[in-house]
Ligand binder design. Structure first.
Ligand code: XUL
Length: 545
C-alpha cells in the first residue's frame, strides 16, 4: 500500500473518573497525543464526586451520559486548539467502563443522523433519554434481581455456564431488570439500551452502534459460547428486551465511518473508520499486550482488576470471577474489586500523606506487617461479596499509620492472589497499568505476593492505548496490510516498558502463609469459619519473633 501522509489512529476511553484520548502514529510507532479530561474538574456543573453520584447509602451509583458526551467534545475542541491535523486520523475505537447502561428513546438515532455542527451534541441530545442518569459498575442495589435471574436460569452453575459469570449487582442484566420493574412506563419508552462503550461509539458513527463480544459478556445476557443474545437470559431479565438491545459484533468489526458532524466541526477525514468500542478491561488486555498465555495484568484504577488472556473458555464455578470476550476473538478472565484507588485514598487522606510519603512507608515496613491484617471494605465489595461495607482489622490499631498503609496494599494483592486461583493459566509475569502502577513500592508488594516479575509501563492508560491499537489493527486489515497482534502490540509496548520489578525470593514462604492467614480472616468475617487469632499468632511467631 502506498503511504500518503501520516497515518494515525485514536483510542477514546470513557472511564469512571475521566475521559482519555490517545492518538498513535502507526508508521512511526509513537504516541502523538494524549489527554485526560477529569470529569469533576473539567465539568464541575455535574457536581460529580470522582465522576459519579452516590445515593445516601452508596448502593446506588450513577453517572451522567451527557457529561461523557460533553467531555468527548471538549477533547476534540482541545485537539483543534492544539493545532493537531485531525485529517491524519484514519480510524477510531474506544473503551468504556464496563456494565453501565444508557437508556435512549426513539429520537436518539434520528437526532444523531442529523446533528447540526453549529450546536453542541449535548444540547441536541438532551431530549433523547428515558433515564437521565446511568447506573454504573459501582452500583450494588440489584441483589434481588440477581437472585431472580439466577433462579430463572436454573441456579449458579447454569447461570455461569450460559453467561460466563454469576449474576452480579453491577452487571447490565440485573440493572435493566430493576429499571423495568420500578419504571415500567419509562422502560417501555426505551428504544435502545446501550452500554457506555456502544453509546460513545453511537455518537461517533452517527447511528445506534452494536455491542462487541468483549463488553457484551459483562451483561448476563450474552451466551458466552455462541456469543449471541441468549433467549433464556433475555426472558429472565425483562419483557421485549431483544428489540431494545443493539446487535452484537466482533470487537474488530468496522461499524461505519465517522458521522459528518465531526468532519465538518473538527476536520476529521470523512473516510475515518469507526471500530466497535469495547469495555475498558478488554481494551486493557490489548493495551498491556496480553495476547498469549502465561501473562496477566493488574489494573490499579478506580476499580482494581486482575485479568489474563485465555485461549480456551475456562469458567469460575465458585462464581467470583468472570469470562469476557477478548478483542482478539478469544477469551479473557477477570476479577474486579471496588476497593481500589478510592480505598487507598481513604488511608492516604486519613493520615495526611502524599503519595511519596505513602510509598516511603511501604519501603520502610516489613513484608508480613508484623501479622497485622486489614480487610479493606471501605465500600461495598465484589470479591468477596460484601454489600454492607465495614473495615475489619486484626491486630491492627486504626491509628497505626505505618501498619494501615502496609495493610491496605497487602490486603489488595493477597485478595487478588487468593481469588485468582481458579484461573487455570498461571501467570509467569504480570503487567501493571492504571494510575497507581506509577508507584514502584506498591508494585514491589504485588511482585512479592505473587512471586513473579511485574512490568511497569510508562503509559498507564492501557484502555485508551488498547483502543488506539485495536483501531490500528482493523485499519491495517482493511487496507490488507498484514500485521499480527504480536507485531502491533510489541511495536508500541516495548518502547513503553519502564521497569521490571522482581520479587524478593526470601519472602516467598511468608506470603504463602500470609495468603492462608488472609483467607482465614476473610472466612471469619463472612461467618464461614472460626476466629483466626491463633493462626495469626503462629504467623507472628514464625516470622517476627
Ligand atoms: C469490571 C468492572 C470495572 C469497570 C470499571 O468488571 O466492573 O473494572 O469496567 O473500570
Amino acid at each position: 500500500m502506498m503511504v500518503v501522509g501520516s497515518e494515525w489512529t485514536m483510542g477514546v476511553d470513557t472511564s469512571t473518573q475521566s475521559l482519555t484520548g490517545i492518538i498513535i502514529d502507526i508508521n512511526k510507532s509513537e504516541i502523538v497525543y494524549k489527554r485526560k479530561i477529569n470529569f469533576d474538574h473539567a465539568l464541575p456543573h455535574y457536581q460529580t464526586e470522582n465522576g459519579v453520584i452516590y445515593s445516601e447509602n452508596k448502593t446506588v451509583v450513577h453517572s451522567y451520559p451527557l457529561m461523557w458526551v460533553e467531555a468527548l467534545e471538549l477533547l476534540f475542541y482541545e485537539m483543534n486548539e492544539r493545532g493537531l491535523t485531525l485529517e491524519n486520523i484514519k480510524a477510531i475505537s474506544g473503551s468504556g467502563q464496563q456494565h453501565g447502561t444508557v437508556y435512549v428513546n426513539d429520537l436518539f438515532e434520528p437526532t444523531l443522523k442529523t446533528l447540526k455542527p453549529e450546536e453542541s451534541i449535548k444540547n441536541q441530545l438532551e431530549g433523547c433519554f428515558t433515564r437521565e442518569t446511568s447506573p454504573i459498575w459501582m452500583d450494588s442495589c440489584t441483589t434481588r434481581q440477581c437472585e431472580e435471574i439466577r433462579n430463572a436460569l436454573g441456579g449458579l452453575k447454569k447461570t455461569i455456564k450460559i453467561t460466563g459469570s454469576n449474576t452480579f449487582e453491577r452487571f447490565s442484566g440485573p440493572q435493566i431488570r430493576k429499571f423495568s420493574q420500578k419504571n415500567p412506563e419509562k422502560y417501555t419508552r426505551t428504544a435502545r439500551i446501550h452500554l457506555v462503550s456502544s453509546f460513545m461509539a453511537s455518537l461517533l458513527s452517527g447511528t445506534n452502534a452494536p455491542i462487541d463480544h468483549g463488553d457484551g459478556a459483562g451483561m448476563n445476557l450474552m451466551n458466552i459460547r455462541t456469543k449471541e443474545w441468549d433467549p433464556r437470559a433475555l426472558n429472565a431479565t425483562a419483557p421485549n428486551l431483544l428489540e431494545k438491545l443493539p446487535h452484537l459484533c466482533n470487537s474488530f468489526d468496522i461499524i461505519g465511518t465517522i458521522s459528518p458532524y465531526f468532519v465538518k466541526k473538527y476536520g476529521f477525514p470523512k473516510e475515518c473508520s469507526i471500530i466497535a468500542f469495547s469495555g475498558d478491561n478488554p481494551n486493557s488486555l490489548i493495551g498491556t499486550g496480553l495476547i498469549k498465555r502465561g501473562r496477566a495484568a493488574i489494573s490499579l484504577g478506580t476499580s482494581d482488576t486482575f485479568f489474563s488472556y485465555l485461549k480456551k473458555l475456562s469458567l469460575d464455578f465458585q462464581g467470583e470471577g468472570h469470562v469476557f470476550g477478548s478483542p482478539t476473538g478469544d477469551y479473557m478472565s477477570l476479577i474486579c474489586y471496588k476497593n481500589g484507588s478510592l480505598a487507598r485514598e481513604v488511608i492516604k487522606t486519613q493520615f495526611n500523606l502524599d503519595w511519596q510519603s505513602f510509598s516511603q512507608i511501604l519501603a520502610d515496613t516489613p513484608p508480613g506487617n508484623h501479622g497485622k491484617v486489614m480487610l479493606p471494605y471501605f465500600f461495598p465489595e465484589i470479591v468477596p461479596l460484601v454489600l454492607n461495607p465495614e473495615v475489619k482489622r486484626f491486630g491492627l490499631d486504626p491509628e497505626d499509620k505505618e501498619g494501615n498503609v502496609r495493610a491496605i496494599i497487602e490486603a489488595q494483592f493477597l485478595s487478588m492472589r487468593l481469588h485468582s486461583q481458579w484461573i487455570s493459566e498461571k501467570p509467569e509475569v504480570i503487567f501493571a497499568t492504571g494510575s497507581a502502577s506509577l508507584n514502584k513500592e506498591i508494585l514491589q508488594v504485588a511482585a512479592d505476593i505473587f512471586n513473579v516479575p511485574i512490568y511497569q509501563f510508562q503509559i498507564t492508560d492501557s484502555a485508551a492505548l488498547g483502543a488506539a491499537l485495536r483501531a490500528a489493527k482493523s485499519y491495517s486489515d482493511l487496507n490488507a496490510v498484514e500485521i499480527s497482534w504480536k507485531q502491533l502490540t510489541s511495536k508500541f509496548l516495548s518502547i513503553q516498558e519502564k521497569e521490571i520489578i522482581y520479587p524478593n525470593e526470601t519472602v516467598k514462604d511468608l506470603y504463602e502463609d500470609m495468603t492462608n492467614l488472609y483467607n482465614a480472616c476473610e472466612l471469619y468475617f463472612l461467618g464461614k469459619d472460626t476466629n483466626p487469632e491463633e493462626k495469626r499468632i503462629e504467623f507472628i511467631k514464625k516470622y517476627f519473633s
